[in-house]
Design a protein around this ligand. Structure first.
Ligand code: ADP
Ligand code: MG
Length: 549
């Protein structure tokens, strides 16, 4: 219940029983909730990070190390927790990697803001200081980064390997295999205009089927469709396929209920069926005339049409997803045709081989050996469903990391080295700035160090000692790329070790962490409102979800 007082009169502006937190209390709660969310994913950071097992109400199990997936599956209720989850989603969408880092940085930005609030610094000054720090950090990052181009495969493969580092998907040999498949796929779909390279990750299809081993995961120079050939009489293999893509039903449209056809005699019935068959045969004739020997149809194919297609030795696949049709078009050069009358040989695409193969007891259609396809597939195999799912998530991250690195043409060193360097430069900057913002900029620097700190912790190193060591290394000339060697449990030169990460991932993490922290700090009044689902009584448990360190 909330009341307002004005001139002795009392106004009731919220309904009885409504939840409300105001001022410091709201800020305290929100900071605690945000920090609690970040603490959940913190232990998964880096190659020595742990996995989480998530079990749904239905008993589905997800075992993963992927920050975005953990948060998404967790099904959080509190609105501030939802903002934290949003960070991971944005990070995933924009760059495909660095989700855990972004979330834990945001968590520490909140925790440190809590300390500043205790010292009487107003939220507006904290936010301003954080934003100044972010902008300065972006400048430092950019001058700290190294250039790389799409042909420097050794460096790019390192980026891919590091991105996969923390995923539990087999040993080094397997990871190298997956890294090189990913790079091959990325290079194939990359489009160059001048010296700009753009990569549309949507056109790298990740298809998965449990069975076989991780090493069987393969690159397909074309598209793999999880469908079967429509009719047993059709060929299972077509070499030099001329492919038509049809957004047309190879069926006679069913008559509407109010337009019933009256059939009164067997002769009439016969004539009607013959008429139908003639129309379907006519459709197939048009396809045959175009010289297509493989057709992918977005809609249905009538049995009679299937029969005629088979007679013409044309392979047909029905009810193909729209997204697959688009990928087929990009891979084969075919044009999607919406009317059979328009179909000509100019609309056809090409694939060196179209083949139906039985994979773990199910039919799949391989459209491969395409000519310079701008849409390709990685076919993931592995012992269990959990394994192929985790490989899919890992490959999504790798593709994001590779695409970001190639598009921006820059990388930085990992293992916490970049965060230490940026933090160091921010502390100098804080002194220059002075005033209230100084403390916020320092707090921002401290928050970035949560990355090396967490990496040290998961390697069993003393986090404070390690930070002190790294800071002093970075102050010297030679130690600019010192970070944590998580395998040897010591500090080392990350540049020499080839621990490379995309600059863009680090930049995006700064943006999303700062934005999320700022928007959470701006809230000084939490009112549970009716309306959108998920809000309401359960939407805001007073006291938050957990405490702080
Ligand atoms: P995120 O979701 O943030 O990408 P990860 O679990 O993938 O989280 O961990 C990324 C962090 O682990 C980065 O800071 C990266 O530099 C570090 N890292 C990955 N591989 C290594 C390695 N071999 N040595 C040191 N640090 C590594
Ligand atoms: Mg990662």
């Amino acid at each position: 219940m909330a009341e307002n007082q004005l001139g002795g009169q009392q106004y009731l502006i919220l309904p009885e029983g409504a939840n409300r937190l105001i001022g410091k209390e709201a800020q305290r709660t929100n900071i605690a909730v945000g920090y609690a969310v970040s603490s959940i994913v913190r232990t998964t950071l880096g190659p020595k990070g742990m996995d989480k097992m998530l079990v749904s109400e239905l008993g589905d199990i997800v075992i993963t190390n992927d920050g975005a997936t953990i948060l998404e599956e967790m099904n959080v209720e509190h609105p501030v927790a939802k903002i934290m989850v949003e960070i991971a989603k944005t990070q995933d969408k924009e760059v495909g990697d660095g989700t855990t880092s972004a979330v834990i940085i945001a968590g520490d930005l909140l925790k440190n803001a809590g300390n500043l609030l205790d010292q009487g610094i107003p939220p507006a000054s904290i936010i301003k200081g954080y934003e100044m720090a972010r902008d300065r950090a972006l400048e430092v990052l950019s001058s700290y980064s190294t250039n790389v181009n799409i042909d420097e495969e050794d460096k790019l493969l390192r980026v891919a390997m590091i991105s996969m580092g923390s995923k539990n998907i087999g040993g080094d040999h397997t990871k190298k295999h997956l890294a090189s498949l990913s790079l091959q796929a990325i290079k194939q779909v990359a489009e160059k205009t001048g010296n700009k390279v753009s990569i549309d990750r949507d056109f790298i299809k990740l298809e998965k089927k449990e069975g076989g081993s991780l090493e069987d995961t393969s690159f397909i120079n074309g598209v793999l469709i999880d469908k079967e050939v429509a009719h047993p009489g059709m060929p299972k293999t077509v070499k030099n396929a001329n492919i038509a893509l049809l957004d047309v039903a190879l069926e006679i449209e069913k008559t509407e209920t109010d337009a019933r056809i009256e059939i009164t005699s067997p002769e009439q019935m016969q004539a009607f069926l013959e008429q139908e068959e003639k129309m379907l045969k006519g459709m197939v004739d048009k396809i045959a005339k175009s010289k297509a020997n493989v057709v992918f149809v977005q809609k249905g194919i009538d049995d009679v049409a299937q029969h005629y297609l088979a007679k013409n030795s044309i392979v047909a696949v029905r009810r193909v997803k729209k997204s697959d049709m688009e990928k087929l078009a990009k891979a084969t050069g075919a044009r999607l045709v919406t009317s059979l009358d328009d179909l000509s040989d100019l609309d056809l695409g090409y694939a060196g081989l179209v083949e139906e193969r039985k994979i773990s007891g199910e039919q799949m259609i391989f459209v491969e050996k395409c000519r310079d396809p701008k849409s390709v597939t990685i076919f993931i195999r592995g012992g269990t469903k959990q394994m192929v799912d985790e490989v899919e998530r890992a490959l999504t991250d790798v593709m994001g990391a590779l695409a970001s690195t190639i598009e921006e043409g820059k990388y930085v060193t990992g293992g916490g080295s970049t965060e230490i360097e940026v933090a160091l430069k921010l502390r100098d900057y804080a002194t220059d700035v002075g005033g209230r913002e100084q403390l916020a900029i320092q707090a921002f620097a401290d928050s970035l160090e949560v990355v090396p700190k967490s990496l040290a912790e998961s390697s069993g190193m003393d986090p404070i000692d390690t930070l002190v060591q790294l800071r002093s290394k970075h102050k010297g000339k030679e130690g600019k790329s010192y970070g944590i060697d998580v395998y040897k449990n010591t500090t080392a030169d990350m540049d020499k070790q080839g621990i490379f990460e995309p600059l863009k991932v680090k930049e995006q993490a700064l943006y999303s962490a700062t934005d999320a922290a700022a928007s959470i700090l701006r809230i000084d009044d939490m009112i549970s409102s009716k309306g959108r689902a998920g809000a309401g009584a359960g939407g805001m448990p007073p006291g938050g979800m957990g405490g702080m360190e």
